[in-house]
Design a protein around this ligand. Structure first.
Ligand code: FAD
Length: 459
């Protein structure tokens, strides 16, 4: 009998798994809540302006993932040198930082930072605060990590688990050669005679092309892709899911791969309450009537600006805006349902003021259009007690024998596209080998390792 697998969520994880199963002749139905595919790796199109969900670039050390991405993009794949920045001490600097940053630092900060590097007392505990103090010292903590974390998460580093920093700092750096995971490696990277040059893969007219191509590939192999259908119920019988309800249809299934939020899977399976929370993000996509003024693809903002990052789509592909114009995608994080989420337009004047004040735009007159896009569940929030809560949720959902959780929200995993793709390739292999879904990668594991089995091909 040909097994019917329902994959919930058409982000890169769900698309990778569904495409692999469909290619091997499995019966697959991919069900997506939104009317488009891509999840967090989608592209918005407004006439001749195109915006990704913030910056979205493919970078991986994993040859199998890279091969897969190149296969999907075919001749469309373009390779780009990374050029990112950070605004600190009132100036723009390249990121990872270069020695020029020391010139803009107040001497007292430099002195205190130098003392921190040689004389620090170990702070006990599992918090992000303790981790930063131990790795970078109090000065960097006070001038950068604490204010940035409060702005980004609305939480104090003392209330977060240290995994937040381990994932976040590594994701920001993206290239392991430009290590920044202790004050010494940060200084070493900053002082390298030549900056580490990192390249990444990209698809012209936006990262969403990758997902659109996978949708076509799944359909070409006979798979079903249902867009605009939110899964609202799971029928459970004897510890197995027998059907999935989405958009008025009951889809009978043998297996379910779930890549939506783990909290939603738990609620539909009758498990709860689960105390795991996600951050959401408001994306302010500005159409700018002139070329970009700052050369970076994306820039982190560590000061009192309302936003934490701004990216420039035309620095990825010139064709993302009409000739002589550009775009600016400005990210403001919030919680679904809070004041910002409810009234995102209330922040517009302040954001435009901050863009002009920092020199990202010449003046408010440069703005010729704005599209505000609220996106749910952009980051898992690693509170202090998240490991125990996650472990207990995974254990409870592990009782559903034909359910497999995958991807960023499904595994509550602060990851990048290459991790979701790598995990998806491994999971698809194991499903095709006939392994029971609940047995695949369901145990506790270190979230910061590469997904099991994702070692470079041939190693
Ligand atoms: C601002 C930002 C910038 C980023 N930049 C980069 C980058 O430069 N490089 C990089 O590699 N990664 C980047 N990432 C991370 C990357 O986006 C993710 O790792 C990746 O897209 C996760 O894919 P996924 O399929 O695991 O999850 P998702 O993309 O979250 O996909 C889950 C899907 O499930 C759907 N869904 C949820 N509930 C239901 C339901 N009930 N029924 C049906 N469907 C449902 C959702 O709509 C969604 O499409 C960035 C992330 C953010 C937020």
């Amino acid at each position: 009998m040909n097994t019917q697998t329902v994959v919930v969520g058409a982000g890169v994880a769900g698309l990778t798994i569904a495409s692999r199963l469909a290619r091997e002749g499995r019966r697959v139905t991919l069900v997506e809540r939104d009317a488009w595919a891509g999840g967090l790796a989608r592209t918005w199109h407004y006439g001749d302006f195109h915006f990704d969900v913030g910056p979205h670039r493919f970078h991986t050390d994993n040859r199998r993932v890279e091969q897969f991405v190149r296969e999907v993009l075919g001749s469309q794949a373009i390779e780009i040198s990374r050029s990112s920045g950070a605004r600190m001490f009132g100036r723009f600097h390249p990121w990872p930082l270069r020695p020029s940053v020391f010139l803009s630092m107040p001497p007292s900060v430099m002195l205190r930072g130098a003392i921190d590097a040689v004389a620090r007392r170990r702070v006990p505990g599992e918090s992000f605060e303790a981790d930063v103090l131990n790795k970078y010292g109090r000065t960097l903590y006070e001038i950068f990590f604490r204010p940035y974390t409060r702005k980004f998460l609305g939480s104090d580093p003392a209330d977060l688990h240290r995994d937040w920093g381990r994932a976040g700092v590594n994701r920001a750096v993206i290239d392991k050669r430009a290590s920044a995971d202790t004050i010494w490696s940060l200084i070493r990277t900053t002082l390298l005679p030549k900056p580490v040059e990192t390249t990444f893969l990209y698809s012209p007219r936006g990262i969403g092309q990758f997902s659109d191509r996978l949708v076509s590939a799944i359909r070409d192999c006979g798979g079903r892709v249902l867009l605009g259908r939110r899964v609202t119920a799971l029928t459970l019988r004897d510890g197995r899911i027998t059907a999935v309800a989405a958009g008025g249809e009951e889809i009978a299934c043998d297996d379910v791969v779930w890549t939506g939020p783990i909290t939603e899977a738990a609620a539909l399976a009758g498990i709860g309450p689960v105390r795991l929370e996600f951050l959401s993000t408001l994306f302010y996509n500005f159409e700018i009537g002139v070329p970009p003024r700052v050369p970076y693809q994306w820039t982190y903002f560590g000061g009192d600006e309302i936003f934490s990052r701004a990216s420039s789509p035309t620095a990825f592909d010139r064709g993302m805006a009409p000739d002589g114009m550009s775009g600016l995608c400005v990210e403001v994080t919030c919680r679904e349902g809070d004041e910002r989420w409810g009234r995102p337009e209330a922040l517009v004047d302040g954001i435009v003021r901050d863009l002009a004040r920092t020199g990202m735009i010449g003046s408010p007159d440069d703005v010729r259009g704005l599209h505000i896009e609220p996106v749910r569940n952009t980051y898992p929030i690693y509170g202090l007690d998240y490991p125990a809560e996650l472990a207990s949720c995974l254990r409870a959902l592990g009782g559903v024998r034909n359910l497999l959780l995958a991807g960023r929200c499904g595994r509550f995993w602060y990851n990048n596209m290459d991790h979701s793709i790598g995990q998806g390739l491994t999971m698809a292999d194991r499903i095709l080998r006939g392994e029971a879904l609940a047995g695949i990668d369901a145990g506790p594991r270190d979230f910061w390792e590469e997904p099991p089995g994702s070692a470079p091909a041939g190693d």
